[in-house]
Design a protein around this ligand. Structure first.
Ligand SMILES: Cc1cc2nc3c(=O)[nH]c(=O)nc-3n(C[C@H](O)[C@H](O)[C@H](O)COP(=O)(O)OP(=O)(O)OC[C@H]3O[C@@H](n4cnc5c(N)ncnc54)[C@H](O)[C@@H]3O)c2cc1C
Length: 531
């Protein structure tokens, strides 16, 4: 079987993407409903036309069999999936392309890469699926480094062991979502961690970024599903004890989670599994106002029901994605279990929605989960298409980005308006137009929601990067100033570092630096990220 090549200019495999009608419809809605106009239509640069500097590093013979500097590989590993990455790709700006891409298949090969890299003064960027939307894998390395080595983990992709008694599995860090789920299927077990990037992101990447997945309540982050971690650092192997819980001191796992490749490479982890759900119910409700819907989310989040999904999507986001006419907010609620009927939970959640003015969009009594209709079905289809939007918008001169945060309920309403206004104002300042700013909730906690904002606006050919930076700056400043987090699950990367430093306690920054000095004394691991 011929393996499919990944796109270097967008999402997924080279032959997957939006069809002409889908692109046309997206562009038309943005133009007609929001005045966001396409200003260009540039072609993606071909690999043969991209100017790459000569590799500054040549690995020794002992590493050559799992390293490459082939142009397509260097181009593919030059960027992640962020909006500035996309702008630079279509601008043909590959000046920071990595010098070497390593595909280790064993831990000792990772150690050999460390030895060589510290000897020659190279920087290392761990690379899972490359789906970072915050510059986590974009090798813009500043400083004295002699070159960059990307360590692509995707050949370490096996489920090594399944403990059916405890319902847990030992899985290698480079396993992508579908690979690990396929290997768990024979056991009728699942990790059930489904970030939107599931298909092309890895377990190691999820743990390194503390990704947020399928569950909108309770088990929101991968953190909740991790039993232990093995990470190889330049100073040795860091392996925590596998336990269902422990109160012995600060948690070694919590220490590694979220370090984004700055302290080492996660090679494997034991993760908690669940039975595959057989009882599933989904309901949809329409609300006249986003803030009314947020009250329904609050009451469900505080009810102890813990639905698998409790998402609200505002009228603008539905409209931009062809899933609504701009007159209502949609709420999707679902429950699932491998063990028992979830009807009583759904009935109570429905009451919470109806109490806050919700109108039934799809009735859970009539809609099996597999055949979703109404606005819920349209939204789900749009959600699947969404990752492919940017590769069609950037070349047409349209800026599109998302950012996500979390805030306690007591501050939510004020916070929501502050972030929306700051983003809208920045768009007006840099484009002279309103653009489209929208919001949904990706996750919800008893003490507060995780709002997820999106924006679209017309860019200026040749000036899109500067425009994006100004909008991103304004939105990020507003998040921190108004008490939110710079990220709920997209991670810090290079793009959020400045605000992460403002958010974390100063002393914690010093502790991280000390830990980095201990584990990575030559400072070769993903410089500029987190620490
Ligand atoms: C379309 C789209 C949808 C997305 N949806 C979600 C979502 O629903 N939820 C969510 O949380 N995020 C989402 N993201 C962001 C991204 O998918 C996550 O951050 C994901 O966890 C990254 O995994 P990855 O394997 O692609 O890691 P990469 O992007 O390759 O790397 C991310 C960071 O982790 C480090 N890293 C990677 N692998 C390892 C390893 N084995 N050991 C140590 N460090 C490592 C890298 O150096 C980098 O700093 C989305 C991104 C896209 C493009």
């Amino acid at each position: 079987m011929v393996s499919q090549r990944m796109k270097y200019w967008g999402w997924g495999y080279e032959n997957n993407g939006l069809n002409k009608n889908q692109v046309h419809s997206l562009i038309k809605i943005l133009a007609q409903d929001f005045g966001v106009l396409a200003s260009s239509n540039i072609k993606k640069p071909e690999v043969s036309d991209i100017k790459l500097h000569k590799p500054k590093l040549i690995p020794p013979d002992s590493l050559l069999k799992f390293c490459t500097n082939e142009p397509y590989e260097r181009v593919l590993h030059s960027f992640g999936q962020s909006q500035p990455d996309s702008i630079r790709i279509f601008d043909g700006d590959f000046k920071h392309a990595p010098d070497v891409i390593a595909y280790p298949e064993r831990s000792d090969q990772i150690n050999a890469i460390y030895d060589w890299a510290s000897g020659v003064g190279a920087a290392i960027v761990p690379y899972g699926g490359g789906s970072s939307v915050v510059g986590g894998v974009t090798p813009d390395i500043e400083g004295h480094y002699k070159g960059t080595v990307m360590v692509n983990m995707t050949k370490l992709n096996k489920v090594l062991e399944v403990d059916e008694t405890s319902r847990a599995a030992l899985i290698q860090g480079g396993a992508k979502g579908p690979e690990l789920e396929n290997q768990l299927k024979p056991y009728n077990l699942t990790l059930r961690h489904f970030p939107q990037s599931f298909e092309h992101s890895t377990l190691g990447g999820w743990i390194a970024t503390r990704s947020g997945g399928h569950f909108a309540t309770l088990y929101t982050h991968i953190d909740d599903l991790v039993e232990n971690i093995t990470s190889i650092t330049p100073s040795g192997c860091f392996e925590s004890r596998r336990l269902p819980g422990s109160g012995s001191g600060p948690s070694p796992d919590r220490f590694i989670m979220g370090t984004e490749g700055a302290l080492g490479i996660i090679t494997e982890a034991w993760v908690r599994l669940q039975g595959r759900p057989v009882f599933k119910l989904t309901a949809g409700f329409r609300f006249a106002k986003f803030l009314d819907a947020s009250l329904a989310v609050r009451s469900i989040s505080q009810s102890g029901l813990f639905p698998a999904n409790v998402r609200i999507v505002d009228a603008t986001e539905l409209q931009v994605n062809g899933a609504g006419d701009g007159t209502y907010t949609l709420m999707v609620v679902s429950f699932e279990s491998s063990d028992h009927s979830v009807e009583p939970w759904m009935k109570r959640a429905e009451e919470c929605c109806l109490d806050h003015g919700g109108i039934i969009d799809i009735d859970w009594r009539e809609n099996p989960d597999t055949n979703l209709k109404g606005a819920v079905g349209a939204w789900r289809d749009a959600f699947i298409r969404m990752p492919y939007n940017r590769e069609n918008l950037t070349p047409r001169g349209i800026i599109s980005d998302t950012f996500e945060t979390a805030i306690t309920w007591d501050k939510f309403e004020e916070f929501y308006w502050a972030i929306k206004d700051a983003t809208q104002q920045a768009i007006r300042d840099v484009t002279g137009q309103n653009g489209a700013v929208s919001c949904r909730f990706s996750h919800a906690y008893p003490d507060g929601p995780a709002p997820y904002f999106a924006f679209h606006c017309t860019g200026k050919p040749g000036g899109m990067l500067e425009q994006w930076k100004a909008i991103k700056y304004a939105a990020s400043e507003a998040l921190i100033k108004n008490g939110g987090t710079i990220t709920h699950h997209h991670a810090v990367g290079r793009d959020h570092q400045k605000w992460y430093e403002k958010q974390r306690p100063k002393l914690f920054g010093h502790i991280l630096k000390d830990a980095k000095n201990r584990l990575d004394p030559d400072g070769i691991m993903n410089p500029g990220v987190v620490v």
